[in-house]
Design a protein around this ligand. Structure first.
Ligand SMILES: *Cc1c(COP(=O)(O)O)cnc(C)c1O
Length: 387
């Protein structure tokens, strides 16, 4: 699959602009790798809906992954209705009615704090409960340097520390859950597990399962899969546990594109601006939040190629700037640009801010060389979120 192949798919008239398009062959490559990890390690991988929730792909993903994990009732419902299989939940805070309902339906329920556990223990221990309960632990070790993505920072909202757990009665608890990584390789997991074992090893012997969260960048080319397999086996065998991973990003990594068109080109101050029918603020908020510079097929750094533009969104936010890119050919009104790696997080984070149209959602099926547009948006989608 060359850049040229992707461009020719994204330039087809049947694909509206703007659109997110997921290449189902690339998605399958990721799933094959995740399936291989499961087979070799005996661990289980579930999809974190927070990162990727394009449910038209679920029948395909379900062939490899056994379930989903949800961080809200809406995500849990999507897991039950559209994915099937196991539904795991971890909410930062549950309402009591939510726990009552989930204890009838969910497979695993991970609780964030001892205070929530005390509130819900009675439901968990009642004869009607069908779910397996776990506690989210805070290993107090994370290699994530960006504060907004570091779940172990001082004052974190996430998880129970080893000292808080000291002396606590764990009857009713079957598992432990930690999530302290972001876009990391298995060497980070190795160092994290050393901390988890040192601090929580004595509890793990009494548990049935361990959920090692997300942030495993398994489908990235330089990821050390052999080490991951070895670490999962080590935890399974040492503590006689079922081991789960719940990546979001790794499932959809490098499988999707955001296709946008140039609406206007003009000079402003010292730069040539191109206004697109997409927006950093409404369609790619991580560009501003993280912040990061996405890749554009055929686009270089500013001034690297002959024609440089500052690409701006079409909202009225002054800072709705995607960044500067250069191209071999000048852009024209109507030119399409293809932003890479936009399947995960971007699609779940879009908003109707400024009333700008949401990107359509599409798939490309390589076997039939076919584009299927599964969703397009209009005025009603904007209006229905307001009253
Ligand atoms: C965000 C999140 C995930 C998924 O993380 P990725 O970086 O997308 O793999 C998994 N588990 C929990 C608890 C999360 O908050």
């Amino acid at each position: 699959m060359t850049d040229q192949d992707i461009l020719s798919i994204c330039n087809r008239a049947e694909l509206p602009s703007p659109s997110f398009i997921v290449h189902r062959g690339l998605l399958q490559n990721n799933l094959d790798l995740l399936g291989d990890v499961q087979n070799r390690s005996g661990g289980k991988i579930i999809l974190a809906l927070k990162g990727f929730a394009m449910f038209s792909t679920f029948p395909q993903i379900r062939q490899t992954l056994c379930g989903t994990t949800a961080s809200s009732m809406a995500e849990a419902q999507l897991g039950f209705d559209e994915f099937g299989g196991e539904v795991h939940t971890y909410f930062v805070a549950y309402r009591k009615e939510e726990i009552r309902q989930l204890s009838q339906q969910a497979h695993h329920i991970s609780i964030n704090s001892l205070s929530q556990w005390l509130q819900f223990k009675e439901i968990a221990l009642s004869a009607e409960n069908k779910a397996s309960y776990g506690l989210r632990i805070n290993p107090e070790y994370s290699e994530v340097e960006t504060a907004i993505y570091n779940p172990c920072r001082i004052g974190t909202r996430f998880g129970i520390t080893a000292s808080q757990l000291d002396g606590v009665d764990l009857s009713g608890i079957d598992g432990l859950h930690f999530h302290s990584m972001c876009e990391q390789n298995s060497d980070t997991l190795q160092r994290t597990l050393e901390q988890v074992e040192a601090k929580f090893g004595k509890y793990l012997h009494q548990m049935k399962w361990l959920n090692m969260g997300g942030g495993h960048h398994i489908t990235r080319p330089d990821y050390d899969v052999d080490l991951l397999v070895q670490l999962i086996k080590h935890m399974r065998e040492t503590y006689q546990l079922k081991v789960y991973l719940e990546p979001g990003e790794a499932v959809a990594l490098n499988t999707g594109f955001l296709v946008a068109s140039v609406l206007d080109i003009f000079q402003s101050g010292d730069r040539q601006l191109a206004i697109l029918d997409t927006s950093a603020s409404a369609h790619m908020p991580d560009v501003l939040e993280m912040p990061y510079r996405p890749e554009i097929i055929g686009g270089g750094e500013a001034n690297e190629k002959k024609y440089t533009y500052e690409l701006g969104g079409h909202t009225c936010l002054a800072g709705d700037i995607i960044g500067q890119w250069s191209f071999d050919q000048p852009l024209e009104i109507g030119s399409r640009l293809v932003f890479t790696d936009m399947a995960h997080y971007s699609m779940v984070k879009t908003t109707t801010f400024n009333g700008v149209q949401l990107p359509s959602i599409a798939s490309y099926f390589p076997a039939e060389d076919k584009i299927e547009v599964s969703r397009s948006y209009g005025y009603e989608d904007y209006k229905s979120r307001l009253s």
